[in-house]
Design a protein around this ligand. Structure first.
Ligand SMILES: NC(=O)c1ccc[n+]([C@@H]2O[C@H](COP(=O)([O-])OP(=O)(O)OC[C@H]3O[C@@H](n4cnc5c(N)ncnc54)[C@H](O)[C@@H]3O)[C@@H](O)[C@H]2O)c1
Length: 270
């Protein structure tokens, strides 16, 4: 019998949310799908439950009876600080606090490669390196990982932080040859997060089996995530334009997120 009968998905109307719904539907007794707008249920055990992540009381209501949360709702790109703070920071805190009160066992948090974006592309990054966010968005993901660790240590809520690369149907530029996540691998990853063994706090890179990958993905082994797709299969299709990057982009893993608003010194970022 699975430990995780009742699932809550936030961001269920989003690009990844739709993949989560399809992947997790066969693995649960209740799938509560939440977003700002209602989603249309596609199975009798699927339920739509719209709420705004900024609303702590609504978040607490959505959490009732839930065993595992896939927290994928929020702003997925760079934005104004106030928006990032309200939705990604306050919203993620609301998720963990509601999970604690409701006795939820596990939270799967959609973190991002942008929590580590200012690492050089020549560096292999694992679970224990200091975060190096490349944007206000990246800071919100570092915060989400930190609040996850707090709630794991202090309250025993199991947490998997997925540092997702770039989720796309296929890679379309040079950077994606290193951090592409295919829809099929995202589905495999979602199911792997139902791993039945106990865990405390895991960081897993949400990437496909890319030959040019930048990550030491030990956490993937812990939960049995075995990606099958590889960006290299599409490398030949990328034209010269897709392979071009300016110097800040080309230096760091976060690419354009590092380059945006950049007025620092590349040489001092070791
Ligand atoms: N797509 C990627 O390549 C990628 C990479 C790294 C991390 N991620 C993370 O994965 C998650 C999902 O990404 P996505 O690409 O599916 O994004 P998406 O924009 O398609 O989905 C996010 C969903 O969150 C919902 N949302 C936004 N604000 C909300 C609020 N205040 N209350 C409730 N819901 C709200 C949106 O309506 C949307 O449906 C995000 O947290 C994103 O940061 C995505």
């Amino acid at each position: 019998m699975t430990r995780f009968r009742n699932i809550l998905i936030t961001g269920a109307a989003g690009g990844i949310g739709n993949v989560l719904r399809d992947a997790l539907r066969p693995h649960c007794e209740l799938m509560r799908c939440s977003d700002l707008v209602d989603v249309i249920p596609e199975a009798p055990h699927e339920q739509s439950f719209a709420f705004d992540l900024r609303d702590a009381a609504a978040t607490a209501k959505a959490m009732q009876g839930v065993d595992i949360v896939y927290h994928f709702g929020g702003i997925p790109i760079e934005g104004a600080w106030q928006d990032i703070r309200d939705v990604n920071i306050d919203g993620t805190f609301n998720i963990y606090e509601a999970a604690r009160i409701a006795g939820v066992s596990r939270v799967v948090f959609a973190s991002s490669n942008h929590a580590m974006g200012f690492y050089r592309r020549s560096t292999t990054v694992g679970q224990d390196e200091t975060p190096r966010p490349d944007s206000r968005y990246g800071v919100s993901k570092v915060f989400g990982e930190a609040v996850g660790r707090l709630y794991a240590d202090k309250h025993g809520i199991e947490t998997i932080s997925l540092r997702i690369g770039q989720f796309r149907p296929r890679p379309t530029n040079r950077r994606m040859l290193s951090l592409w996540l295919s829809p099929a691998d995202m589905a495999r990853l979602a199911v792997s997060c139902l791993w039945q063994g106990p865990l405390h706090f895991e960081i897993v890179y949400g990437v496909s089996a890319n030959k040019r990958g930048w990550y030491d993905n030990i956490g993937a082994q812990t939960i049995g995530y075995e990606p099958q797709d590889c960006a290299e299969d599409y490398a030949q299709d990328l034209g010269d334009e897709a392979m071009k990057e300016e110097s800040v982009e080309a230096s760091f893993q976060g690419g354009p997120f590092c380059a945006a608003e950049f007025d620092g010194s590349i040489d001092r970022i070791t």
